[in-house]
Design a protein around this ligand. Structure first.
Ligand code: GLA
Ligand code: ZN
Length: 670
């Protein structure tokens, strides 16, 4: 897939802020030379430039940007042009306070920081539209400009009167009548029934904090407000040139908005990846970020862009470690392996002052092109050029799908049960993912919207699918009945899409599919002992255990301890032409590895390589090539049966060889 027809290449570059250096034309000239030296071919410009673009209301200054873009273009560097709506100029905040966000204690923020505008404010939306239109008229047909970068890391909610009014309007559209809203939110509890729409306020802060259904809807509404804000920006720029595609940069583990829903409002997904390498277990970290990449690829079921990453270190973590030698190339190649079309950085050059003066950059305060970081960046640029034959090639169609659903995530976090405030949805899902990732199996993520199509998958995994919509329960049934393999875990099928408990037993709609009914949910202290006994081994269980009641399933594994010791913990049931597994508890990684190892063998799941690899050496397929990645922190001896060419170095690879610490190769059959 080619999202940037003006420049059909893997992109290499990053956030470029020339507006911080307008009084230093020497530095701006030097930037282009350094970009060429670093094999950078594209930069993102204008992300926070509003105060330079419109220094006074209605007074625009594009000359500096004309020069910047022309200078880049002459140097052969392409541009992703940003709309500047992620931060607004002081004059606007001063003149139109309504553009400023209000928190859930009804305090309006003052001017400052960024990413803190009201998403509803008609004034802000108008100002953004005017600015975007001007930018598009001037640059949307410039040959250097290859894509739009809408705003920056869209996030948050606003509790201002305008947002409250929009919230009530959204609820009226959704529910029609107050009775329906009261039922959906179970407001008969604690005398919370509403008798007039004007009584309904946004949840949080000083007001309603106990109605989970309302909270879930508030998150859906916040997603909707952000999506319409973002889509209005897209409409503004595409009114001028419909062919220039729009992206918005997303974030990891981002809880505020439903990303499957938000992604519908952009042409292509991009994201900002900041793994905390060398701070514990790098294999676990790599599993986490592999999943992030695969989620980004899954939102629109198409390749994505890595829009930001650091070439060295960040400056906002408690401990800001440098990337160790090799890690920059390795982590950049990981993004590519999972479907990225780019490796981009925050930031090109360190500014002299303000919050990010010490955030890692390609060019440091010394302005040099011969630093360790600069060499690392250059090596990534060269690798991307060598890998250009993979451009336009996507990953092999996945046979496995994991269900990850935002409404479910919110519902889990608002539900007051189990490990209260610490249900670890993302981390628990990541453990299931990791077992497959380590085996080199491609995995897609899907949510429970009506558009989700499960046909074509061999295995569908539903970890903690607490909120199970009627239509999705039917989809899972049909999938299994028609020959699919389904795995459902503890804490699934408990509530409907409004957060109200299903009556008649859990997992809703799947009891006969699984041959098991889930009864009570037990929570485990860290010092408690519990285990899954499976094939003569005992695997540790932590956090959550459900007690199953058997309805025809076969017991594969049992609980080791306590009053439910000996009862089923892992079961299997034939349903129609398919089979359904039920895992009743949170089992340690080795236990999941054993379970998925057996399932993968039984279903003959396709893996990136047939060869057995050392622990921490991961093979990931893209476009028929195999990205071999060593996250183990040690030199590893690898033996391959086939013979390959490493596309990065052009060297032959076969037999037994050593992979260095943080080593990476891209193997093409040779
Ligand atoms: C985010 C932002 C950037 C920058 C980086 C720093 O990703 O989008 O503007 O602040 O973080 O890591
Ligand atoms: Zn608002």
């Amino acid at each position: 897939m080619n999202f940037t027809p003006r420049f059909p290449n893997f992109l290499h570059g990053g956030d470029y802020n020339p507006d911080q250096w307008l009084d230093r034309p020497d530095i701006l000239d030097r930037d282009v030379e350094l970009m060429q030296a670093a094999h950078v071919n594209c930069v993102s410009v204008g992300i926070f430039s509003w105060a330079r673009l419109e220094p006074e209301e209605g007074v625009y200054d594009f000359e500096w940007l004309d020069q910047v873009i022309d200078r880049l273009w002459k140097g052969g560097i392409h541009v992703i042009l940003a709309t500047p709506s992620g931060a607004r100029p002081a004059w606007m905040a001063q003149k139109y306070p309504e553009v400023l966000r209000v928190n859930d204690h009804y305090q309006r923020y003052h001017f400052g920081a960024r990413h803190n505008h009201c998403l509803t404010s008609p004034v802000y939306r108008r100002k953004v539209r005017e600015m975007d239109t001007k930018l598009a008229e001037r640059y949307a047909h410039h040959p250097a400009v290859i894509m739009w970068h809408l705003s920056n890391e869209l996030s948050g909610s606003c509790w201002c009167p305008l947002c409250q009014e929009a919230w009530r309007g959204w609820l009226k559209d959704k529910y029609g009548t107050l009775d329906k809203l009261n039922d959906a939110w179970w407001t008969s509890f604690w005398a919370h029934r509403y008798t007039d729409w004007s009584q309904v306020e946004a949840p949080g802060g000083l007001g309603e904090t106990s109605t989970n259904g309302m909270y879930i809807d508030w998150r859906r509404f916040s997603t909707h407000q952000c999506k319409t804000f973002m889509m209005a920006e897209r409409d503004a720029v595409q009114a001028v040139n419909p062919d220039l595609l729009c992206t918005a940069n997303l974030m990891e583990r981002f809880w505020d908005y439903d990303y499957f829903d938000l992604a519908e409002g952009m042409d292509v997904v991009s994201w900002d990846s900041y793994p905390e390498w060398h701070s514990g277990d790098d294999v676990a970290r790599a599993a986490e970020f592999a999943m992030n990449h695969d989620m980004m690829r899954s939102y629109k079921d198409q390749p994505f862009f890595l829009m930001e990453s650091t070439p060295s270190q960040v400056n906002w973590k408690p401990v800001n470690k440098l990337k160790r030698p090799g890690m920059h190339l390795l982590s950049s190649m990981q993004a590519l392996a999972h479907g990225s079309q780019s490796v981009m950085y925050f930031q090109w050059r360190k500014g002299r002052g303000a919050a990010e003066q010490f955030h890692g950059a390609v060019v440091d305060h010394d302005g040099r092109g011969d630093t360790r970081v600069f060499r690392d960046v250059t090596s990534v640029g060269k690798a991307l050029e060598a890998l250009q034959p993979l451009y336009g090639l996507e990953k092999r169609k996945a046979e496995v799908c994991i269900i990850y659903d935002w409404s479910n995530w919110w519902a889990i976090d608002y539900a007051q049960t189990g490990q209260k405030d610490n249900m670890k949805y993302f981390d628990s899902v990541n453990m299931h993912y990791r077992s497959l990732w380590e085996r080199g199996v491609n995995v897609d993520f899907r949510d429970t919207r009506d558009c989700t199509d499960l046909s074509g998958y061999k295995l569908v995994i539903c970890p903690m699918l607490f909120m199970l919509r009627e239509s999705f329960a039917r989809k899972l049934r049909a999938f299994t009945e028609n020959g699919g393999t389904l795995l459902v875990t503890y804490f699934s099928g408990v509530v409907d899409e409004t957060g109200n408990a299903w009556l008649g037993g859990a997992p809703y709609g799947l009891i006969d599919v699984l041959g098991v009914r889930a009864t009570e949910l037990d929570a485990i202290h860290p010092h408690d002992r519990q285990g899954l006994v499976l094939d003569g081994k005992t695997y540790k269980i932590t956090e959550l255990c459900e007690i199953p009641e058997m309805h025809g399933a076969q017991t594969l594994g049992t609980y080791a301890e306590d009053f439910y010791g000996g009862m089923a913990c892992l079961t299997k049931h034939t349903f129609g032409k398919g089979q359904a597994y039920y895992l009743a508890a949170k089992v340690e990684q080795a236990g999941l590895d054993a379970i998925y190892g057996a399932i993968a063998d039984e279903l003959a799941l396709t893996t990136a390589l047939q060869d057995a690899l050392p622990c921490g050496v991961i093979a990931t397929e893209r476009g028929g090539a195999v990205f071999l990645q060593n996250y183990s922190g040690a030199v590893q001896q690898v033996t391959l049966v086939g013979s390959y060419i490493d596309m990065i170095t052009g060297e032959k690879v076969s037999g037994t060889f050593e992979m260095p610490v943080n080593g990476v190769m891209v193997l093409a059959e040779g």
